[in-house]
Design a protein around this ligand. Structure first.
Ligand SMILES: Nc1nc2c(ncn2[C@@H]2O[C@H](COP(=O)(O)OP(=O)(O)OP(=O)(O)O)[C@@H](O)[C@H]2O)c(=O)[nH]1
Ligand SMILES: [Mg+2]
Length: 277
């Protein structure tokens, strides 16, 4: 006797684009096609946290992925479509901080600072979460629009590291999504969170350290001066904090007018405003 499953509960076969590449409903991978994008999304994080793995699973491209840090040395761009919107995704080199001066790190830093992405995905290695939160908090100083991707959850579980991601989400004020990028676990939730932050349907309230009393007032005063000297500068407060810390590179950029060049170089127009990316 053959038992035929009723139609309603028959499993739909999983559509496969390429062996091992999972399909997420609503996601269309656009490869190198980044024309007419609606939103720009940056992938940032410490080296070796899985940024390029996430990039590949969203765009269908094959950015080099390997087991040593520093593989991505220039920014790579790819596209995907979700919810009838087109996203340009930028894979950045790994960086430990936004303050250091190596070329790779500058590429990442300048893009987050001046490219003004509609959403920045901060990819962290959950097994060493604390170390990764340093960069996370620095990024949240300069952008409201971010999603934390708690990657390498499989390794974390193996090592007995547990993370209360909901608690972390309310502490940080941005969506926190656990993932295993290598297998695709959690990527669907990540896409939804990114799309929500980019289109404004998810409102983030990033945790800012900010400072108190006289220190905070000094930052405000200096930021106002920076803004007056560089009208339209996206991150005057961040620049002011660096100046107060005596950051030589930022001092040079201000004195030499390089700050303007950086802003112009990264200025991007959304689709419909004449930009093609
Ligand atoms: N176990 C496990 N391995 C992962 C996961 N995500 C990525 N990897 C592996 O981690 C290594 C680094 O991944 P990449 O995507 O190259 O990391 P990256 O952040 O782009 O690295 P850089 O460009 O050097 O900063 C690769 O061997 C990936 O296969 C995950 O969730 N779990
Ligand atoms: Mg990479």
């Amino acid at each position: 006797m053959t038992t035929k499953r009723p139609r309603s509960i028959r499993r739909r076969p999983l559509p496969i684009v390429a062996p091992g590449v999972p399909v997420y409903e609503g996601l269309r991978r656009l490869g190198i096609d980044t024309a007419d994008w609606d939103y720009v999304v940056a992938l940032a994080g410490n080296p070796n946290t899985g940024k390029s793995t996430v990039f590949n699973s969203l765009t269908g491209l094959k950015q080099h992925v390997g087991n040593w840090p520093g593989k991505t040395v220039a920014r790579a761009e790819g596209g995907f479509e979700y919810g009838a919107k087109k996203f340009k995704l930028v894979d950045l080199p790994g960086t430990y901080s936004l303050l250091s001066a190596s070329t790779d790190e500058e590429i990442a830093r300048d893009f987050i600072l001046f490219g003004r992405p509609d959403c920045t995905i901060i990819v962290v290695d959950t097994t060493v979460l604390e170390r990764n939160l340093n960069l996370t908090l620095q990024i949240l100083e300069i952008t409201d629009r971010a999603v934390l991707c708690l990657n390498l959850m499989d390794e974390a579980e193996r090592k007995g590291v547990e993370v209360d991601h909901e608690h972390l989400e309310s502490d940080l004020g941005i969506p926190v999504i656990p993932t295993v990028a290598r297998t695709g676990h959690g990527i669907r939730d990540l896409i939804e969170a990114v799309a929500g932050v980019a289109d404004g349907s998810i409102v983030t309230r990033p945790h800012r350290i900010g400072g108190y009393g006289e220190a905070a007032r000094s930052v405000d005063r200096l930021a106002a001066m920076v803004e007056a000297a560089y009208p339209g500068l996206p991150n005057a407060r961040w620049v002011a904090m660096r100046l107060l810390e005596g950051d030589k590179r930022v001092e040079r950029a201000i004195a030499g007018g390089e700050l303007h060049e950086l802003v112009e170089a990264y200025e991007m127009q959304p689709a419909g405003a004449g930009g093609t990316g």
